[in-house]
Ligand binder design. Sequence first.
Ligand SMILES: [Zn+2]
Length: 293
Amino acid sequence: MLIDVHGHIGRVVPDRREFIDADNLIAKMDVWGIDITFVLPLSEHPEGAYMECDTDDVIAACSKYPDRLIPFCLIDHRFGNHKNMDFSYLLDEYTARGCIGFGEFLPKADFDDPLCINLYRQVGKYGLPIIFDMQDRPEGYGLRDDYGLPKLERALKLCPDTVFVGHGPTFWAEISAHVPENMRSGYPKGSIQPGGAVSRLMREYPNLWADLSAGSGYNALTRDPSFGIEFLDEFQDKLMFGTDSCLRSDVKKVYPNVDFIRRIEEEKKISKDAVEKIKWKNAVELFKLKITD
Ligand SMILES: [Zn+2]
């Protein structure tokens, strides 16, 4: 069993001819050996509109393959624009329609913006884990934080009943105690200096998990192979496989995150039990899926 906790459908801008629908996503999953994909909307955020797909689109697409595609929902924290905005009518509806998680949350906002904290708390009350993206570029999308991720830590403290699933270049750059300034939104190479914010926060806060998706997750776990193995072993109860594949044409290549998890399985550097947790069991547990292998 392999579960991708981070999949997308939608029309990709600016080349709007690139369009992934449920059928295209299933075709990719079949080629890559993925049984179930969680599908994450993006375009509730203006910053996420590079891929046109909102919660309604995701729910409709997933209803075509209910055994294999599972919907997430998304709300922009600026909706209503005050720090006591009540989102329960939306969360009631989305959970009733089968959404099991929240994200991909990627506004260009401070991680601990009061409007975000209000939303995180309400999402947590509904038992929906939040997959977020963190970036550091002046343009574009993604939550913002300082070196050492103090804003993420503040949110983890203020929202103990909300599970956050880390993802994105800035989150993963902070796996190392040394974060090169010009690479905080890139793919830093070379050895990882122990003592990074990601390991510290994952040790200290039960409500911080991470997915292994995208170039950023792949880079973090492969740039220093022995550190990567130790990290997978230590956090085997809080890590989940994911791809973050956004293009229909990805089907033509060996997707790096898929290749990585297969290599980890073959090389047996972590236990079979740990591999199974990362491949699917942690996702089943965190998202309370009703499936068995
Ligand atoms: Zn994504």
